[in-house]
Design a binder for this molecule. Structure first.
Ligand code: NDP
Length: 338
């Protein structure tokens, strides 16, 4: 018998999550049955969508039940296998959640090649966040040479990939991030054409200066005050892939008063905007293989760089996750579990 240390959802947060919303437990796991594997978690990915899963509100995916293990993407080592195609010692991409071990179906687990790329990248630049950037930008953003793109949360795994892929496509990329360190990183290391701090009291004016030709693509990662500053600068026929609204994840929906919906719709109408939400899974069948090929190539050529923010120990996951919602992470947030 193997014991798994697990972090479960103790209660649903009201507003900002706190440590009291999580509880650590231990569970004895049964030996793997036919077709199953026993996994040991190496890395756990912490992502903004987990805030939505903590809430009972209806969404595109079912909430985590109170008392259940928090969900999450992982990179795990196979300790025991009774599944065809998987052997002890294989490193796989799985969805074990916030726990040290799991017994699960072997079917559908992707085996990673540690010689090809560090296995942690399967949760970031070469995984779901990188694919979100790639699919949302290419399919919905439809970048064209010479255009201008704005993206916020730009030092994170989605935003950093959006900006760098945009530049590969010949687009001028303007990144928005919180604080001088992240802004310097965008400009000096990732090669964004301009980078702006959304905490600057003059943010809206700085943004206007940074986009003299207006904005053709706004890759929406955050909503809130950044979106408010961007919308008046959108050009006719601009595209807005709506990917995430992290500024509102702790507050629920935007305040009802004043009612800005008429002004928003009017802008969509008069500027012929395309505003299109998406969840990356819709594009997986169509373009995941292309993504892996393109992104691996760009990384090898040094055209896409990535940054990971790794915290040690599963017990750190709640605190690190709370920090993610406030921008305390700098790069793809991972927990080194094993
Ligand atoms: P990040 O690692 O970039 O972390 C989130 C960042 O958001 C923080 O570090 C912080 O950066 C920024 N942020 C938080 N609050 C605000 C605010 N009020 N205004 C501006 N920025 C803020 O996250 P990801 O790259 O993993 O995800 C980015 C977005 O993409 C999220 O909204 C996420 O939900 C969404 N997403 C959507 C998917 C889809 O399929 N539609 C799939 C994956 C992600 P800073 O310090 O720079 O402010």
């Amino acid at each position: 018998m193997v014991a798994s240390t697990q972090i479960v959802l103790a209660s649903r947060p009201e507003g900002v999550p706190t440590a009291a919303n999580f509880r650590t437990e231990s569970a004895e796991l049964p030996p793997p049955g036919d077709g199953q594997v026993l996994l040991r978690t190496l890395y756990l990915s912490l992502d903004p969508y987990m805030r939505g899963r903590m809430s009972a509100a209806k969404s595109y995916a079912a909430p985590v039940e109170v008392g259940a293990v928090m969900v999450g993407g992982t990179v795990s080592e196979v300790l025991e296998s009774r599944a065809p195609g998987l052997s002890k010692g294989d490193v796989v991409q799985s969805h074990s959640g916030w726990q040290t071990h799991q017994v699960t179906r072997g079917k559908g687990l992707r085996v990673l090649d540690p010689d090809r790329a560090p296995v942690s990248t399967a949760l970031g630049v070469l995984g779901m966040p990188g694919f979100t950037a790639y699919s949302g930008l290419l399919r919905i953003g439809r970048p064209a040479r010479g255009e201008t793109l704005v993206v916020a949360a730009a030092s994170g795994p989605v935003g950093s990939a959006v900006g760098q892929i945009a530049r590969i496509e010949g687009v001028r990329a303007v990144g928005v991030a919180g604080g001088p360190k992240k802004v310097a990183y965008l400009r000096d290391e990732l090669g964004f054409d301009a980078a702006i701090d959304h905490r600057d009291p003059d943010f809206a004016a700085r943004l206007r200066e940074a986009v003299p030709d207006g904005i053709d693509i706004y890759f929406e990662n955050v909503g809130g005050a950044v979106a408010e500053a961007v919308y008046p600068l959108l050009n006719t026929y601009a595209r807005v892939p709506v990917c995430g609204l992290i500024a509102d994840y702790n507050t629920g929906n935007a305040p009802e008063e004043p009612n800005r919906l008429p002004a928003f719709y009017s802008r969509i109408l008069t500027r012929s905007l395309t505003v299109r939400g998406f969840i990356q899974t819709e594009f997986v069948d169509e373009m995941y293989d292309d993504f892996l090929t393109d992104m691996s190539g760009w990384i090898a050529e040094g055209r896409v760089k990535y940054r990971e923010d790794v915290v040690d120990g599963l017990e750190q996951a709640p605190e690190a996750f709370m920090g993610l919602l406030e921008g305390r992470n700098f790069g793809k947030l991972l927990v080194r579990v094993g």
